[in-house]
Write a protein that binds this ligand. Structure first.
Ligand code: SF4
Length: 268
């Protein structure tokens, strides 16, 4: 815990309007919004710096340049048992994950928790599928009598979905489905020929009641300021040299830094 404050102690004369803890997706957004509103923001991050492009060390390597061709070692399987439960274990990104021996957690019921303790956190390591909740989702638990009713509804949050989608860049197609509201999409990626045929069959077989369409994903199909379109390299987790997908590094951090109201204090 004390490591958090190493750099902050350096200059006690500076005061901040807000302190953002962590530089993952939420922290990055908080820093962007607050700095753009004129607040002087300190972001503290438990992990080391991980700079956009410069620190994406494996992103341009070829598969044969990895010692184990992308596979993990027996030692890594022992040290990262939770990461090895799913698809996250790859030689290309093993240094991204929090060491599970150093950071154990209590798991009473099965709970797979993948953690990344470095600048940007899991914003570099997320799935990028980006869907809006619908009115049905906000009403569901109240209707089913489970837990506490949401204090807001879709119409309250829809403008914020707009705000986020426009900034991060979400590609997708509008479908007019009440259960999956449309958003502020960049052009959709294309389905392949087989998928198109299946989508057609779904439509005719189920009288238009079943739908197959391309995912809504925070990978760019149009350029955004300082970010280029996705090149379909399928290597997002290693960091994207084009800024082709949304991460703290590619999106919210540059916006916060452009304000001159932002200070980052990573543990180095
Ligand atoms: S966003 Fe696109 S170009 Fe960038 S790493 Fe991912 S797949 Fe590759």
């Amino acid at each position: 815990m004390s490591d958090f404050y190493i750099n902050i102690k350096a200059d006690k004369s500076i005061t901040y309007d807000a302190i953002v803890v962590g530089s993952g997706i939420s922290g990055g957004w908080a820093a962007k919004e607050l700095t753009e509103k004129g607040l002087n923001v300190l972001m503290i991050e438990r992990g080391p710096k991980h700079e956009h492009i410069k620190d994406y060390k494996t992103a341009s390597l070829d598969p044969w340049e990895f010692e184990h061709r992308g596979r993990t070692t027996n030692k890594e399987r022992e040290d990262f048992p939770v990461i090895h439960r799913g698809w996250a274990a790859s030689e290309t990104v093993m240094d991204s994950w929090a060491n599970e021996k150093d950071a154990p957690y209590t798991e009473i019921k099965p709970f797979t928790w993948w953690r990344s303790y470095r600048m940007g956190g899991r914003s570099l390591l997320w799935g990028r599928q980006s869907y809006r909740w619908s009115e049905m989702d906000f009403e569901a638990n109240a209707k089913d009598g489970i837990a506490v009713d949401w204090p807001l509804r879709y119409k309250d949050i829809a403008p914020w979905y707009d705000h986020v989608e426009k900034f991060i860049g979400v590609s997708g197609s509008k479908q007019g489905l009440p259960q999956l509201p449309d958003g502020q999409f960049q052009p959709a990626m294309d389905l392949n020929i087989v998928e198109k045929e299946i989508a057609k069959k779904f439509k005719s077989h189920y009288n238009g009641n079943r739908h197959l369409f391309i995912g809504r994903v925070a990978n760019l199909t149009s350029d955004l300021p300082n970010r280029g379109k996705c090149q379909y390299r399928a290597r997002c987790w290693e960091g994207c040299p084009y800024g082709g997908y949304f991460s703290t590094q590619s999106s919210t951090l540059p916006a916060a830094m452009a304000t001159a109201n932002y200070t980052l204090s990573p543990t180095l």
